[in-house]
Every structure is written in C-alpha cells, then in structure tokens.
Design a protein around this ligand. Sequence first.
Ligand code: K7E
Ligand code: CUA
Length: 639
Amino acid sequence: MTRTHDSDDRPTETNSSTDSAIDAGSGSDRDPLFDRVPRRDFMKAGAAAGAMSSLAGCTGLLGGDDSVSLEDVKTEVKPGEHDDYYAFLSGGHTGEIRVYGLPSMRQLMRIPVFQPESARGYGYDDRTSEMLEESGDYTWGDAHHPRVSQTDNDYDGRWAFVNDKANGRMARINLKYFETDAIVDVPNQQGTHGACCLLPDTKYVFGVGEFRVPMPNDGQDLTDPENYTSTIAAINPETMNVEWEVLVDGNMDNGDGGKEGRWFFATGYNSEHATTESEMSSTDTDWVKAFDVPAIEEAVEAGEYDEINGVPVVDGTRDSALNEGDRPVVRYIDVSKSPHGVSVTPDGQYAIASGKLDPTATVIDIETLAEADDPNESIVGRPRLGMGPLHTAYDGRGHAYTTLFIDSQVVKWDIEKAVEAGEKSTDPVIEKIDVHYNPGHLIAAESYTADPQGDWLISLNKLSKDRFLPVGPMHPENDQLIYIGDDEEGMSLVKDTPSYAEPHDASVVSADKIDPAKIYDPDDYDEEFVGGDDSEITREDGRVHVKMYSMRNEFGFEEVTVTEGDEVTLTVTNIEDRSDILHSLAIPEHNINIKLAPQETREVTFTADEPGVYWMYCAFFCSALHLEMRSRLIVEPAE
Ligand code: K7E
Ligand code: CUA
C-alpha cells in the first residue's frame, strides 16, 4: 500500500505523529474554556498511529530524529536523471493541468482539460470535441483542485480529477495516458469550486458548489437571494455520473474528505445569504459543514429527496427535517469569519479549516463530531497563525503548514500543541518562512494521503513582483519549492519557478505510483485501428470515410479526392510502435490538427466546403523527412 524509501538520496520516512501525540499527552494544561472534549486517549491514538506506521513499513523513530538535512537529499536533478515525484498543478483559468517533476520543478507536460489545445489535438478530433461540446460547449474553464484517486488512503495512479469553477464541471484525467477522458457538467451548480475524493477508496469525487443560485435556476426567485442555495455533488468516479447532491445554507468554498469514508468537509462563507461583499463578511462566524455521507446515502435510498434537473437532491439546510434527530445529514460547525481551505490530517483525526479573514485556524476533532450534541464541541484547537491563513498541508510528523496570504509566509505549527494550547494561542507556531509573494495553496508531498512523505512542499504564490525578468504588465506567478524534511534546521527555500496564470492547488505523488503507458493500447478506445493494409476510402451519399495509417514519412494515401460539400471523416492511425514517435494530421484552412501518438487512432469529421488543393501534413517533427510527410486533399467543384 505504501512505499518505503530505500534509496540513499531520499529521506527516511517515519510517522512520528505517534510521538507528538504521546508528547502532548504528558502534562498538558489546556485552556479550561477550551477543554470541551474529554482528553484524548493518547495511548489509543499512539497505538493507532503505530499501527499505521507499521503498515507503512516505517521505522517509527522519535520526533526530530527522522528528519533529514538538506545536504543529504537530492535537490538537483542532473541532465538525464528523473525526478522523485510527479506534481499535478492546476492551471486556473487556462483550464489545464500542468505536470511538474519534483524536486527539479521542471514542467514535464500540460494536460488540456476544459479548453481546446492544438499540440495535443485536444478538441480537434471527434471524440474530444464531442466531449467538450456535450459538457457545455464552453471554450474555457477555471481549474483549481487536482486530486489524484486513492485506494486504501494511498495514491493508486488511476485518475486525477479537477473542477471547473467557471462552468460548474468536473473532469477526469486518465493517468495511463495523461489525458482528459471524461467531463461532467454538474447540474444545479454554478461554480464547482472545491474538489476532492471521498477516501479511503475514492467512492465519490465531490464537487463543491460555490455560487448560490435559485434552485432550480429557472427564472424563479430572481430577486430573492434569501432563497438561493448551493449544493455539493457526489460524482461516481467510474461513470462520472452525479449520484446525488445536498442542498445547504450559505456559499461553499473548499472541501476535503475524511480518511474513513464517513465525513466530507466543506468550508463556506456568506452565512449571511447576502449578495454583496460587505454584507457577506458582516458576521463573525461562518461554517464548516460536515456531511455525513452514509446518512445522506440512507436518505437517498429512502427516497427523501427532490429530483432537480435529473439529480436526487437531499435537503441539508439547517431547518431541514433531515437535520433533526440524532443523525443529521449535515452538521454546521461555527468557525471564524469566512474560512477558506479545509484539509484532513493524515491520521484522519482532525479537519483543519483556515480563517482567511481571521488569523486563526480551526481544528475539528472528527471522532467527537459523530457523538457531540452540539457540533461546536468538536472544535478542539484554534491556533493563532498570522494574517490571511488560506490552506494547510502536512508532513506526516505531526506538523501542519499553513499559507498566510497577507503576511506572505508559510507557517509551520504543531497540531497536537494546538489542541493543548487552547484559544488563539501562538504557542503551536514552530517557524515561519517568507515566500514571494502572497501564497494561495501550498502542497506537501503526498499530503492528501495517510502517509505524507515529509520532504518537499510547494508554495503556490499569487504574485511574483520583482522575482523574475519583467515580461510586461502581466507577471508570472511563483511556485516556490521548500524543503521541510529537517525539523532541526527548519524550512529552507530551494527554488523559484515562474508559472503561467494560475496554479491554485496541486497533488504531489511519488513517481513509482504512476505508471504511464508508452504507446496506446488500441483496445482502450472505440476508434478502429487502421493498419497499413487497411487503408480505404468509402463513399456514400455525400459522405466520404477515409481510413488510413500514418508512419514515417507517409500517410496511407498520397491523395484523397472528394467533392465540394462532402462530409469527410478521416480515421487515422499512427502505426509506429516505437515510443515518442508522434505524427499529426493537420489540414490547412479546415481548422484540423489531430495528434497521433504511437498506436493511437483518432477520427475527425469536417465538410469539404471549398474547392481546391489542401496539403494534409504532419505537424510533429518526426524524422529527417518530416517536412515531406504530406498528402493532398483535392476538393473538386460540385457539378
Ligand atoms: Cu484557495 Cu480555488 Cu483552492 Cu485558489 S482556492 S488559492
Ligand atoms: Cu510525421 Cu512529422
């Protein structure tokens, strides 16, 4: 299930949350005001964490001893060497995912998701253009939260998922091919913002609806914002079908799933139900909403929902009958002012929400949540971290790292100390490091799993100001690599990486957990493989179907003749079986460029509407005779 480090240049990973739990157990004197829950059974917590670390094959060294100094780790990746990690960064309103290697921070690939992209022929062949059309025919999206699927709380290398905040969609990226293979337009959501997997086994992918709208948004309640609502959507990762949604009060923002398949957490703002910024921030508290997934599933099972736009929608608003009784579907936890990020600790014990407009984070005890009469009783810590706390990541050694947007810092703090220390204490703060500038998300290696690697952290900074050569009024952003593996020396800033607008979140996955294909498996797609002897042209009633292969340095036909007005479908296979030899088929003046990786088949359909000669050419430099790799499309005038 989890990897152990055996190479010399990687830190030895241990799970010392055990140790901090034990430390915290000895002689804690918590703020009485804050001591609302029974003291944690630290032996039990220790045993659980110990079990986890033995599962992980860890050595269980005591705190501090397991950290590794920067001199002893690989920070440079020499020419020809490979990185230790894949990082999947969202591309914000470019609508794409970028793949980096860590620790080099080299950009390895871009994966178009919500927007057409010519180098990959994405949105130019029939399959991908239909996928984009059917999900709403938008030409862009706003990708924020790339999350990689997990099995047993560890990355399984199957898929990444990412939200489209702009158009209320969720997409799936197939990590065998590093390409988008499904997009769902989430009904009843404008602005699908938070995205995350329900763990331990990715039963659902949750899309968190941010913008409150009339429900259904069909012209009713236009000027009655009090009646607007937002939903979370539970999406089946296999089918990408929206199984159910839950209606709530207030806007929602980010989300994260517990580690045990029961709870899903979403932050939110605008408990005021307002429409302007000043009204939305007028009260001192908003909510973290804790969704009790099995309780919701039972409600769906029992038919306790309204069907809205084809989706069963369960009423999880505060006044809902489903929230009365001892098994509410949604628990509303009061946290300070407009919380933004929420993330569950690797051991599954706490959900930590960042204050955004309040200098604290709120630590929610997940175990207590199930039993507490008042969900606010599950708040067990509120460390004072600094100005503008947005997102929190983990190293697996009991520390949390939170971005401070306004202070332009990352703060490292001790989770169990925060639970001991009580309200608004700065005691849990271990260290702050300056970042450049104004960080949004940060992500540590495998922070979203039960077993973070604890060596690298990326701070995704919104502004770069003076850090790079100027390139006009629009600046690059700055993704900074920080080493967090040495608890004695503290955090070290290792690298600045300029990035194009705009990474929000990322997932960092050990390289050996992803197994990309080198060539296509024709069985994975519907398009029919066209071998060398199978090239043929069929004509029927103004429809022309051209099947042909491509290889260095030719296409299956040197010329293809059609008649003006014909609807032409080209099915083209790259029959190379050597990796990295790509061809494409581009047709001038027809807006066509399909990418063909080895053994890949793509189809494109277009109308040959202007008589003339059009060179079909290959746009990937594939051999010394690449420029000569072309055929003619001859369009004869209609009678
Ligand atoms: Cu903080 Cu969309 Cu995750 Cu951006 S959200 S930063
Ligand atoms: Cu094939 Cu260039």
